[in-house]
Design a protein around this ligand. Structure first.
Ligand code: NAD
Ligand code: GLY
Length: 359
């Protein structure tokens, strides 16, 4: 399969997508010039399934792996758990020349990346994403973070990995609910960047849930789009915010429902439909909402928002990182494959929320 380059001013890196690449992780890490100890950060679920293969691969390439295992769940993506990881690294006398390997979904990837960014002012890290969502989104682009009780990802850093190794074979063990949550982010790329990719997803919707060439092609296409956007705007000074399509609503849903009630991708799916419908209401794109809902329906991804009072919804969105004064900045669709960043007055958002949550 393929290699996709993330071209940055400093520290460009490759995303390798290949079935069975897990068993080559050791050699590929060594080829990057990394040696010595390797701290594999994972959780019991993923560690139990794939930790052995990764450990064997690292050891046979001459590295000395040890594991740091974090409990499974979004609620553990916290500064307290990060602190326990620092404790483990310090007690292992982990040095700056040694790599951290993030083996897991977005929770592990974000937290391991945050630890890598901050331990000893930065150590190299490798992303080995094992959920569809992390393969198409969170492992690429260097956003690392932990959550704060007041909001998701409020504590974090931009810190790029040295490489990303994606093995589509690991999706065979991923529960269907998680596959669908990842597909929501895949769909996002079609809406924000590439209408042909959106049509491809429409045409192949029934084949994307199962492992196979369609999902592998979708992973590569998603990584290519994300690499291009991040290459143009690494630190989210403008363009990169289009990757947050659906996230302003989605983050509010996650926070209001309590972390863990919704999968991140599920909240994003609902949020994308809300953003597309808001785009229609503002006269930007009337086709986008129904078309997006049609694709999500074909993929079996729920997109109805939970019952939440509009005022609470608005309050939760005020905490989002995209708020400017009394206006909230949204990514809105102007046509399939094209979005804009637009500020919307709170009273207009409230009116939309009242009509949308009633409909
Ligand atoms: P997750 O990491 O919680 O993984 C979901 C579940 O799948 C977990 O129970 C995990 O143990 C299990 N799992 C992982 N791989 C498996 C496999 N191959 N087989 C069986 N089970 C497996 O959730 P996620 O959806 O991957 O990530 C969500 C997180 O990603 C959120 O915290 C979100 O904020 C973050 N995120 C970050 C970015 C970014 O740019 N950094 C982008 C999107 C999302
Ligand atoms: N997931 C949004 C970003 O990486 O910018």
């Amino acid at each position: 399969m393929g290699t996709i380059r993330v071209e940055l001013k400093e520290r460009s890196y490759d995303i390798h997508v290949d079935r069975g690449i897990l068993k080559d992780v050791g050699r590929l890490v060594r080829d990057l010039g990394l040696k010595g100890r390797a701290a594999v950060i994972t959780n019991p679920t993923v560690g139990g399934l794939y930790g052995g293969a990764v450990a064997d691969s690292l050891a046979s390439a001459g590295l000395s792996p040890f594991f740091i295992t974090v409990p499974d769940g979004e609620e553990y993506k916290s500064i307290e758990e990060a602190s326990k990881i620092y404790d483990a690294l310090i007690s292992e006398r982990f040095e700056r020349s040694s790599p951290i390997i993030a083996l897991g979904g977005g929770v592990i990837g974000d937290m391991a990346g945050f630890v890598a960014a901050t331990y000893l002012r930065g150590v190299p890290y490798i992303q080995v994403p094992t959920t569809l969502l992390s393969q198409v989104d969170s492992s690429v682009g260097g956003k690392t973070a932990v959550n704060h009780p007041k909001g998701k990802n409020l504590i974090g850093a931009f810190y790029q990995p040295r490489a990303v190794f994606i093995d589509p074979d690991v999706l065979k063990t991923l529960p269907e609910r998680e596959v669908k949550a990842g597909l929501a982010e895949v769909v996002k790329y079609g809406v924000i960047w590439d209408p042909d990719f959106f049509y491809y997803l429409e045409e192949n919707a029934s084949k994307l849930i199962k492992p196979g060439p369609e999902i592998e092609r979708a992973i590569e296409a998603s990584c290519r789009i994300k690499a291009e956007v991040v290459g143009l705007d690494e630190k989210e000074e403008g363009l990169r915010s289009i990757l947050n399509f659906g996230h302003t609503f989605g983050h509010a849903i996650e926070a209001l429902a309590g972390y863990g009630a919704y999968r991140h991708g599920e909240a994003v799916a609902i949020g994308m439909c809300m953003a597309a419908r808001l785009s229609g209401r503002l006269g930007l794109c009337r086709e986008c909402g129904p078309r997006l809902e049609g694709l999500l329906k074909a993929l079996g991804i729920p997109f109805s928002p939970p019952a939440m009072p509009p005022a609470d919804f608005l309050e939760a969105m005020r905490l989002d990182k995209k708020v400017v004064g009394k206006r909230i900045r949204f990514v809105l669709a102007i046509e399939l494959g094209k979005v804009v960043l637009q500020e919307v007055q709170e009273e207009d958002i409230l009116g939309f929320l009242e009509s949308y949550t009633r409909a």
